[in-house]
Ligand binder design. Structure first.
Ligand code: AMP
Ligand code: ZN
Length: 117
């Protein structure tokens, strides 16, 4: 069923506590944890606990939870005292998505270039 945990999904395992992560925040619907390979002083991933393969599918099926992910991204930035930050949803392998469980990257603490690579 849509949103159900997937046995072979890394982020479902992190959401369920089966794989350790440096968890910053947790709500009824989301978990925020530090990226294992940080690309900025703050690099946190915010995931829905429900499994959807990308943010677009999450938003289509569960718009309230997609809003929760955005709200928690802001909360992460506030917690790390970031005035400016970037929220990224890599969607599809060509855009750099490697884990197919929806997640927001929250990046900050250094200057950012535009356009991104
Ligand atoms: P993406 O490439 O957009 O799918 O992002 C996946 C992110 O997950 C990458 O930035 C990885 O560094 C990160 N990642 C992979 N495994 C772990 C893990 N066990 N704990 C925390 N972050 C991870
Ligand atoms: Zn998953």
């Amino acid at each position: 069923m849509a949103g159900e945990p997937q046995a072979d999904c890394l982020f479902c395992k992190i959401a369920e506590g089966q794989i350790p992560a440096t968890i910053l925040r947790e709500t009824e619907t989301t978990v925020a944890f530090r990226d294992i390979n940080p690309q900025a002083p703050t690099h946190v991933l915010v995931i829905p606990k429900a499994h959807y393969p990308n943010a677009a599918e999450l938003a289509a099926a569960e718009p309230q939870i997609a809003a929760d992910v955005l709200r928690e991204s802001r909360a992460v930035a506030d917690q790390d005292h970031l005035e400016s930050y970037r929220v990224v949803f890599n969607t599809g392998g060509g855009a750099g998505q490697t884990v197919f469980h929806a997640h927001a990257h929250v990046l900050g603490g250094r200057g950012m270039q535009w356009p991104p690579g």
